[in-house]
Design a protein around this ligand. Sequence first.
Ligand SMILES: *Cc1c(COP(=O)(O)O)cnc(C)c1O
Length: 379
Amino acid sequence: MQFGTKAIHAGVEPDPTTGAIMTPIYQTSTYVQAAPGDHKGYEYSRTHNPTRTALQNALAALENGRHGLCFATGMAAIDAVVKLLKPGDEVVSTNDLYGGTYRLFTKVFEGFGVKFRFVDMSDLANVEAALSPNTKLIWAETPTNPLLRIIDIEGLAALARKQGCLLGVDNTFASPYLQNPLDLGADLVMHSVTKYLGGHSDVVMGALVVKDDALAERLAFLQNSCGATPGPMDCFLVLRGLKTLHLRMQRHSENGAVVAAFLAAHPKVDKVYWPGFPSHANHAVAKRQMKDFGGMISFTLKGDRMDDALRVLSSTKLFSLAESLGGVESLLGHPASMTHASIPREDRLRNGLADTLIRLSVGLEDAGDLVADLQQALG
Ligand SMILES: *Cc1c(COP(=O)(O)O)cnc(C)c1O
């Protein structure tokens, strides 16, 4: 089955009691048993819920995995992955990780004795040098936020196999339409479902997809034991969102290409970060492992005056100033004062996060209107 067909049909069966084509919102905490232990596979909704089961199966199909697990948020999904480890274990991860993941690793799990090393993974030699006999997990994100660096997933998988450790990939920025890390050798793929999978800025959720049965069983144990599971209403909203995932990602990518080209030609714009440009440092890797290049773009202005960026940020009319990404509406953000404000300025600049850096999540509006909005804001 091809992707678009799976997006609409995978995991979803007509409701057995009524034939309802849409999976009902099973808004129930418990399930009546005919006799002790005699039930229909559902006992309590933290452990299993039919709406969640449909979504988990749909996500597993879209990532070419065997098991999907949904969590209350993206962070709860990553939390479950780190809980596979024990004190003394080491994790190698990227130096431009999603801020919330960096906080979870350093401010929560370092306190429990797990060690983290952060390297520039766009060069695999840095990853290899950071591995030790205690490395149990490589955790990557590609494309990265906000500089859209691209990491070679197949190359990482080869290193993980040699090391005998797990490889997890946060696939939030790409979505399963653009990139399938399990096919490239990863053991775990993670999504902030909040973003492209939900796609309509109306739900917060996370998910993991794996192939291996034993790994899935261990994660399901953690999902149930730690208890950060999503409710059935949210699962329903995401099932609805998934039905147009392929169409949305095609349009995000088309609009992304138009906006990136416009920015690259604009006299006030300095750098444009978008993996679709042949000049992007890892464009060849992006072309190999992604179906298209998506709608996430960052750019800097000429000069280094933060005020210029702030003026652009408060002048757009269609692009709304907000955190998050991946919804139908276009958003823009300013890493230096929003998502990355807690990082000292020198560290930010060293990592390429200029004061004039602006991040766009290009939505599904008409491209001409988006370009006109940026044109007037830059003017
Ligand atoms: C948003 C995001 C997360 C966290 O997900 P939540 O659903 O907000 O908990 C993790 N990784 C990436 C890349 C994200 O964009």
